[in-house]
Design a protein around this ligand. Structure first.
Ligand code: FES
Length: 108
């Protein structure tokens, strides 16, 4: 059976204000709302050591606060330079109002 990780309450996640989540043994995460859907990605930019929850959400893209690169929140694809390496995304389940993901295989 897969281990589910509880990240935060769905109601806490407001569109345009990504939520930072830190748990033991996995990379820091960012939780986003786009309309009625919740998405989870790694929190750290793949170009440098920037916290993407301090960046700017524009629809389904997150812009890095350091050099202005951006990623698709839904797919993790790097959509603007200098970002070129995709961001890891995680399938989300909302269980009893709590945003959950399966324990990732890789560790921090
Ligand atoms: Fe994110 Fe450079 S650290 S674009």
């Amino acid at each position: 059976m897969k281990t589910m990780l509880r990240l935060c309450a769905e109601s806490e996640v407001v569109e345009g204000v990504p939520v930072s989540v830190e748990l033991d043994n996995i990379p820091p995460l960012a939780v986003y709302r786009i309309n009625d859907e919740i998405y989870v990605t790694d929190r750290t930019c793949t170009h440098g050591d920037a916290d993407l929850t301090e960046g700017f959400q524009d629809g389904d893209e997150i812009e890095c606060p350091f050099h202005g690169g951006s990623f698709s929140i839904k797919t993790g694809e790097a959509v603007n330079l200098p970002c070129s390496k995709p961001l890891t995304t995680y399938p989300v389940q909302v269980i009893d109002g709590i945003v959950c993901i399966e324990m990732p295989n890789h560790s921090a």
